[in-house]
Write a protein that binds this ligand. Sequence first.
Ligand SMILES: [Ca+2]
Length: 474
Amino acid sequence: MKKQPNLLFIFADQWRRQSTGFSNQDSIFTPNIDRLAQSGTALTQAISSCPLCSPYRGSLFTGKYPLSNGVYTNCKTGLDITLKDEEICLSDLLKTYGYQTGYIGKWHLDVPEQNHTPHPLSGAHDWDAYTPPGPKRHNFDFWYSYGADDHHLTPHYWADSPEQIKVNEWSITHETSVAIDYINTHHHSPFALFLSYNPPHSPYDLVPEKYLNLYKDKPLSPRKNVIYDTIGYHTHEPQTYNQAELEIMTKQYFAAITGLDEHIGLLVDCLKANNVYEDTLIIITADHGDMMGSHGLMAKHVWYEESIGIPFILHWKNGTLTAGTSDIVLDTTDIMPTLLDLLSIPKPNTLQGQSVATYLTSNDLHGPSDKVGYICAFPGRTVFQEQFDAAHLDPKDWGWRGIRTRDYSFVIHVGYLPECTTPTRYLYNLKADPYQLNPIAENTAEYQTIVPLLEAQLKTWLISQNDYFIKWLD
Ligand SMILES: [Ca+2]
């Protein structure tokens, strides 16, 4: 029997689709990633179904949308949100079908330990958690991880005991070394290694100087939708920024991504040195993007392309993928079925996404034009949750839901507080208005033709998710 290909799944946190050299959008250097994109298969319309850390990870590993797997907001203080033991995860199947499995970096799918005890043995603080060996690891054999922590220059990890491993090195550098050791010792039989980097996630200033120096004198060419007046958060955090601060943060953000790129180059070298480069399916992606001033916003959680749009590169030299660029819409739940198909592993009937493997291995990388993705977000901040609790309402019925086609993004936004009860509809023509500056007006023929079709499709999806958000549509 032919040896299974290896899988190296690399994902960064908060790395937007526009911040890659090969996409010719942001003024950024990513030479190693560009090479992989140019010799592999690059998706130009991959999106994060729920642009936030834990919900992305929940959907990545279960192939189900947030309301179906329960991970609708971050695993955080005061909430009992976790990836359930009984979910059939991608890693469970990889293990069943003979893979050695490894997870390195940010996990963020476990309940914060301080939700249960003020002084856990692991020393985990705030949202962080040590995930001990057992069902919560979902058959990842090798484990070198943490829950949630953003000290990028002084990270920490746990392996198989609650003893915290403290490191004085940029987390990307350290995790790459651990991954290289893993590949050096596991390349003889098929491995599936997930490498979950935290940068370029904020705080942006925690980035090695050597990458920052590359951008010091480089002029920025801001996106056309950057608004400098007051830059804040879609979810109304009190912090705001001015233009000078934004420019510094943008350079720091780009610097972290160039650092990420350098380390991806090291991983490619390692695969080549072990003679497994050709037989490894490499995926390079992110959990969601970063607004970085577009529409006057920072971070994520909003429906704009800078927030939901993610890089998605597949590279498998000896494999069946067609090299080139694909504009097929891929949402987070589509990743698991696609990977299982590419690796010839049977798909469980729990999956909600759609495999696009057929199209990525065909001569027509476009695939069908009616392939859509679904996007959503829910009130998650403590200040919102408390108000829903006080009003005896379920925050999961609020937020926004949307559908993303190749040409359009359609969103229904209600808001993040119990008193928000008026849905607002936004339709964007992404071809005519790629910066989403001009949502199409309701009194146009385009709106009146497109919205009923997309709203009907969105409604079917809401029903499939038992999503009470549907009440806003009636
Ligand atoms: Ca994230």
